[in-house]
Design a protein around this ligand. Structure first.
Ligand SMILES: Cc1cc2nc3c(=O)[nH]c(=O)nc-3n(C[C@H](O)[C@H](O)[C@H](O)COP(=O)(O)OP(=O)(O)OC[C@H]3O[C@@H](n4cnc5c(N)ncnc54)[C@H](O)[C@@H]3O)c2cc1C
Ligand SMILES: NC(=O)c1ccc[n+]([C@@H]2O[C@H](COP(=O)([O-])OP(=O)(O)OC[C@H]3O[C@@H](n4cnc5c(N)ncnc54)[C@H](O)[C@@H]3O)[C@@H](O)[C@H]2O)c1
Length: 450
């Protein structure tokens, strides 16, 4: 058994762990980084980036089909899954090939294996023991265990993104980000798609009116929804295939079941009790400096930290920025500046949201202005062949500040960033409306929304 001492040991090579390790090593500290899986983390290897390649394929097919007979002549637009799978690897393979070398080149020691605490300052990774002055826990999240019969037949988002062939029928458990983004791609591949959601609507964090329009459009694309239902068991059929048993008494024959029912902090194997690191269901308990409330040597960032913000890559990056400052200082003082966090589900079209919901805004503001409309007849949308688009902007009538923005339609994933900028920097609706945006662009529609 080897024993080595470090100023900082980072657990996890995702966006937050990787950034902190590199930037603290640059400051001359002795750093080690550990991952239980391939180096690169979820976002780069099994999340945002590979996912967006598939989403882009679905979006291109969607647009071509809608544009036939108007923008385009009639013709076939289809996805060759195995070609797409190969193309996706152009984005993941370089990360797999070079991540570890880049850490080593930066003087960072690399370890493979699931890390666990042996004491407040000591960790074990396989047969190595590391003594750490400080530890960053950045181990991300993993699919929540469902605790149902036949769980072994259920695949996760990692498995979906690794598929070299697509089966004829896929059932998604849950109607959140993961399921809806994948379901839209699978539907554009002409496969049978079912989504089982234990709520009366999908994408519960988004505006109800936008979700209703998106649900209608998703149905037109062939996605079948089973709402207010959950999967209680998955059985393998004698003749091949699977059968999902639903809480409402129905059962659905399918070839594959994918878990999209939420993720939980990936901390249960870390032996946090030995590290004297307090934790709960939402992750490692941290103070405003992202330092463990019980062990001052330990920090946590990203999806595994209980920082009460959405579990997204920009959030992980911002937390990394703050923790780098804190680890480099004698006393921590940097607080993550989240601003207002925008959120997008990359369905086709995408749905986007920032700030307060309409119900929250009505409670908080005595003079609320709600600017909302169906945009499907707007020129910008019709010029793409698009048939579904809408917006809802919530403005405080007292201050003219934006309280919330909710978008559905082409480029919603880009346009929402304008509202993020405006809200973070406290611009008024009049400020935005007086700005000249390039015409004709989707950004220029924002002036009409206000
Ligand atoms: C399918 C999918 C799509 C997503 N799409 C988006 C998107 O479009 N936009 C967005 O903003 N966010 C998206 N996310 C969320 C985003 O990926 C995460 O918020 C982000 O990756 C969190 O970063 P992190 O720093 O917490 O580390 P992660 O990227 O979660 O990485 C954690 C790392 O820790 C390692 N690890 C776990 N346990 C141990 C252990 N015991 N010892 C050592 N290492 C360990 C893991 O193997 C992993 O490599 C998506 C997530 C998924 C699953
Ligand atoms: N575009 C993005 O930013 C993006 C994309 C993918 C994932 N993510 C991240 O990953 C996290 C997890 O995504 P997700 O889609 O797995 O979770 P989610 O929390 O977005 O949605 C899960 C949905 O499943 C439902 N559900 C839970 N248990 C169920 C059951 N047994 N049967 C039926 N329905 C059930 C929940 O009511 C919920 O609506 C997200 O919260 C986000 O942090 C982000």
């Amino acid at each position: 058994m080897s024993s080595t001492e470090f100023d900082l040991v980072v657990l996890g090579t995702g966006p937050s762990g990787g950034t902190v390790a590199r930037q603290i090593a640059e400051r001359g500290q002795r750093v080690a980084i550990v991952d239980a899986r391939e180096f690169g983390g979820v976002c780069a290897l099994r999340g945002c980036n590979p996912k967006k390649v598939y989403v882009n394929a679905g979006a291109v097919v969607d647009q071509v089909r809608r544009a036939q007979g108007s923008l385009l002549s009639q013709g076939e637009a289809s996805i060759d899954w195995s070609q797409l799978h190969q193309f996706k690897r152009q984005f993941t393979q370089p990360v797999l090939d070079s991540s570890e070398d880049k850490y080593r080149d930066a003087g960072i020691a690399t370890y493979h294996g699931a890390a666990e605490f042996l004491s407040p300052s000591r960790l074990r990774i396989e047969d190595a023991e590391l003594q750490a002055k400080r530890v960053l826990i950045a181990t991300g999240a993993k699919p929540v265990p469902l605790g149902i019969d036949g769980e072994q037949h259920i695949l996760h988002s990692d498995d979906f993104l690794g598929l070299s062939e697509l089966p004829e029928r896929i059932l998604f458990i849950g109607g959140g980000y993961v399921s809806m983004e994948f379901a839209h791609v699978v539907a554009r591949c002409g496969r049978t798609v079912a989504v089982v959601q234990n709520d009366s609507r999908i994408l519960t964090g988004f505006d109800a009116d936008m979700v209703e329009s998106l649900t209608r459009y998703s149905r037109e694309q062939g996605i079948r929804f089973h709402l207010d239902a959950s999967v209680t068991a998955v059985e393998r059929q004698d003749g091949g295939g699977l059968r999902a048993v639903l809480s409402d008494g129905q059962s659905i024959a399918t070839d594959m079941v994918i878990h999209g029912a939420g993720r939980v902090p990936n901390i249960d194997k870390l032996n946090l009790d030995a590290g004297e690191v307090e934790f709960g269901k939402q992750g490692v308990a941290v103070d405003q400096y992202l330092r463990s409330v019980s062990n001052p040597r330990v920090y946590a960032t990203g999806d595994c930290a209980d920082s009460d913000v959405p579990r997204l890559t920009p959030v992980a990056n911002e937390e990394a920025r703050a923790v780098v400052v804190n680890l480099a200082a004698d006393e921590p003082h940097a607080v993550a500046d989240y601003g207002v966090v925008p959120s997008v589900a990359f369905t086709t079209p995408s749905i986007a949201s920032i700030g307060l919901s309409e119900a929250e805004a009505r409670k908080q503001c005595d003079k609320l202005r709600v600017h909302a409309d169906d945009m499907s007849s707007w020129g910008s949308v019709r010029k793409t062949g698009g048939t579904v688009a809408a917006y809802k902007i919530l403005i405080d009538g007292n201050t003219d500040r934006i309280l919330g923005a909710h978008l559905l339609g082409p480029a919603a994933e880009e346009t929402i960033n304008l509202f993020a900028l405006a809200m973070k920097h406290d611009l008024t609706a009049a400020d935005i409306k007086s700005t000249l945006f390039v015409f004709p662009t989707f950004a220029s529609d924002v002036r009409q929304m206000l």
